[in-house]
Design a protein around this ligand. Sequence first.
Ligand code: FA5
Ligand code: MG
Length: 459
Amino acid sequence: MLLTLRVQGTRYSLRTGNCSRSRWLASNAVVEKSPPPAQPQLEVNGSTYATDSWTNVTPKILSYLGANKHLQKDHPLSIIRQRIVNYFYGAYRNQRGNPLFSVYDKLNPVVTVQQNFDNLLIPSDHVSRQKSDCYYINKHQLLRAHTTAHQVELISGGLDNFLVVGEVYRRDEIDSTHYPVFHQADAVRVVTKDKLFERNPGLELFEETWKGSLADPKLILPSSKCMDQTKQPCHTLEAVKLMEHEMKHVLVGLTKELFGPRIKYRWVETYFPFTQPSWELEIYFKNNWLEVLGCGIMRHEILQQSGVHQSIGYAFGVGLERLAMVLFDIPDIRLFWSNDSGFLSQFSEKDLHNLPKYKPISHYPQCTNDLSFWLPSDVEVDAGFSPNDFYDLVRTVAGDIVEQISLVDKFKHPKTGKSSVCFRIVYRHMERTLTQAEVNDIHKQIANASVDSFNVQIR
Ligand code: FA5
Ligand code: MG
């Protein structure tokens, strides 16, 4: 892969609001200042893209493209993918006994803003579109932030039962459960009235009042932010309830198949712009409730846009790392990127139902260093400076030896009005002991890169 990108710090984006858990709920605007100077082109996966003021992918992030951990033989993520796929092959079969679901696990992670957001009815001012949350190639293209981005193209192509598996990219904090690249499996199942009401042929999918307008293929339902957990206005309650029942039955089945029949779980109502009603499934693990998937009844506008007018569908998206960490007892999300044979040799696809627990390779000591700097005088914390920009810079300079970064202090000088921040960086190598000299050298490189990229002054 040829990378000719000059990494331009995204000082120009104004971050408003925190979106770690409720990223689908909040709705915040992005404010752009004057554009940076003209940028060169960028080659990704054999295609050339123009860059612009939205470009914020880093060479480090682009190096993950094509890694395909979910397809690497004996890799824990590949084992999880196979178990999910096998479960769906078994759960739905046609009259001849063949699997109903088809699987797409090699789709290009470079998608358009339309695919990732617009097609899924995500409002134009939604927080999940922000430059501080996604990796943009340019204003129109980005690395997919969820595998749901492929829904409309696949349904438009005539598919009604399918799974999409692949890696997704999100700018986020760094800790043992968060990494900027992780994997998802998404599924869609679309059924006709005859199929859904096989045993109750008198029932209807759509409310009487909507039938006239729904019959006109050119008439798309107006998009609205629907928080009503009962149903979408066009659907009948019986259609939604039956679909909900089938979806929850299948997803609980998947959970029990993965974690055993005694797993404790619960459904939590939630909001996604592309489903209504919507839920999250949580499992009880190590004394905590852990969210493993999001799901719901597909918004009818999405089916209409894809040329499907007389059916109803459900969709869900699940994180593979979350499942694998629980199943194999893997303590740190960075381990999925380890090429150490001590890690990889522990797992095998041969017996998918006799999964070993992860055995720590070794425990190397941590090394903690703080870095404090003054922001430029026209920039404030949370207004013109996004900690995610700093996290990306650290990842680019130091790579995976950074275990954790946290913002430990913010301070505004009463006289000069200048803002100062302090980040604590925890270094630890997964496979050996780091020397203090080595850590100091990398820490210095991070400080220098911060001065260059953000125009800050080290304290
Ligand atoms: C979504 O990404 C929706 N596209 C899911 C969906 C699809 C809902 C279709 C309805 C219909 P969310 O951001 O919550 O939702 O992520 C889905 C799953 O990905 C989570 O339940 C979790 O298992 C996993 N996940 C999310 N963020 C992370 C992260 N930072 N690290 C690891 N796994 C994550
Ligand atoms: Mg979620």
